[in-house]
Design a binder for this molecule. Structure first.
Ligand code: FAD
Ligand code: DHB
Length: 392
């Protein structure tokens, strides 16, 4: 098989890149190792920056998002028994965010791609990206029980944190910057209307908790738990009791409970791979960088990467100019490092230290007090949370 752009991975990054290239008249093939059912039901992100919504709209993939997405104009911070609202439009000159599940974005993009092309192969596992520093890179993959090759002009490595694309970068010219955190998140989905209109980020000595949502009838909540936690050790009752305790404030407020339909534990890490390009292989999304989920930057970064990449590949295809593709890594990494810093700061400000470090705890409160007392500090949080406009 041969194509112009071989895309490894059919998560949000790979699928959106395919959609953008297809609309620009550049042909491509997407290889996804899992089944359609699996990728459409993998529970993950839900908070979209305005730039992400704009990018989906611009490529004709936002019909359902516009009908069903929940536009949010702020978040609530809870600490020391108090609640404080951060008003995004007032602090950013009008920016908002939208709640719409990653599972739904993936369903929308898969539906469009299967209806209109380009080719998307499920259960097609890339084994290796070969000859990335030549003019004719190749993706070796297994599909329908046999090994095959996809000959390409360019390869986009959109295969997430555990993918194979990153391995094709030579160790001598690559570098990884990483940080593990001493806690994880237990995430649940519950069939109960959210107990809030906007997301709540709660910090307390018992640990962090986040109240998010998926729709007017489905809540999504997260609890800080120790690394190595088995979700099976948390009964539904224990989860609701712990959430209620962490969201409690010195005023009347009740957390509504309902049937829990999914439970999973996610470790937290920061990881940045530099550079994001080697020859004709370009990494995008989680294949190149991971952030801890506090602040919801992962999916938004993936969308930002592929927006630059689609523009750069279209420019090469149409004019032969490599000007933008030569700046791909540098353009993406500047946003990636800002999101890495923001996610790191949010994570450290809101999670209880497992060693009970009292100094760190006072520093967290001082940071939160600064944000809620100073318009300047609140505007800094709001600008990072809603995200800067996309680079191209
Ligand atoms: P992935 O979604 O990991 O997709 C990679 C794809 O490649 C997968 O489909 C995989 O099956 C496929 N693949 C892997 N290896 C191969 C191979 N060898 N061959 C072929 N295919 C392969 N981000 C936000 O912006 N907002 C949020 O609110 C948010 N919340 C989150 C909450 C949780 C609990 C978690 C875990 C993450 C959250 N994120 C959030 C992060 C977000 O989900 C990821 O950043 C996003 O999925 C990245 O998309 P991607 O396409 O780069 O990678
Ligand atoms: C969600 C996840 C996050 O990490 C976050 O900061 C906000 C929302 C979510 O899954 O809805």
């Amino acid at each position: 098989m041969r194509t112009t752009v071989g895309i490894v991975g059919g998560g949000p990054a790979g699928l959106l890149l395919a959609r953008m290239l297809h609309r620009a008249g550049v042909d491509c093939v997407v290889l996804e190792s899992r089944t359609r059912e699996y990728v459409e039901h993998r529970q993950r992100a839900g908070m979209l920056e305005q730039g992400t919504v704009d990018a989906l709209r611009a490529c004709g993939a936002a019909d359902r998002l516009e009908a069903q997405g929940l536009v949010h104009r702020g978040i609530e911070l809870r600490f020391a028994g108090e609640r404080h609202r951060i008003d995004f439009p007032a602090l950013t000159g009008g920016r908002t965010v939208t709640i719409y599940a990653q599972t739904e974005i993936v369903k929308d993009l898969v539906g469009l791609q299967l209806a209109e092309g380009p080719p998307l192969l499920f259960e097609a596992e890339a084994l290796a990206v070969e000859k990335p520093d030549s003019d004719a890179p190749v993706v070796r993959f297994r599909h329908e029980g046999r090994e095959q090759t996809l000959a390409c002009d360019w390869v986009a490595g959109c295969d997430g944190f555990h993918g194979v694309s990153r391995r094709a970068f030579p160790a001598a010219t690559s570098r990884t910057y990483a940080r593990d955190y001493p806690y994880s998140w237990l995430g649940i989905l519950a069939d109960v209307p959210p107990s809030c209109e906007e997301l709540i980020y709660a910090r307390g000595e018992r640990g962090f908790a986040l109240h998010s949502m998926r729709s007017p009838s489905v809540s999504r909540l997260y609890l800080q738990v120790p690394n190595g936690t088995d979700a099976a050790d948390w009964s539904d009752e224990r989860i609701w009791d712990e959430l209620a305790a962490r969201f409690a404030i010195d005023a009347d407020w009740t957390l509504a409970r309902g049937p829990i339909t999914a439970k999973s534990v996610t470790p937290m890490r920061s990881h940045v791979h530099e550079p994001m390009r080697h020859g004709r292989l370009l990494l995008a999304g989680d294949a190149a960088h991971i952030v801890p989920p506090t602040g919801a930057k992962g999916l938004n970064l993936a969308v930002s990467d592929v927006s630059v990449l689609a523009r750069a590949l279209t420019e090469v295809h149409r004019t032969g100019s490599t000007q933008l593709i030569d700046r791909y890594s540098e353009l993406c990494l500047s946003r990636v490092w800002q999101a890495t810093r923001f996610s790191y700061d949010m994570t450290r400000m809101l999670h209880a230290q497992p060693n009970g470090d009292a100094f760190e705890s006072r520093m967290q409160l001082a940071r939160l007090r600064r944000i809620t007392a100073s318009r300047h500090a609140a505007a800094e949080l709001a600008a990072n949370y809603t995200g800067p406009p996309l680079a191209v």
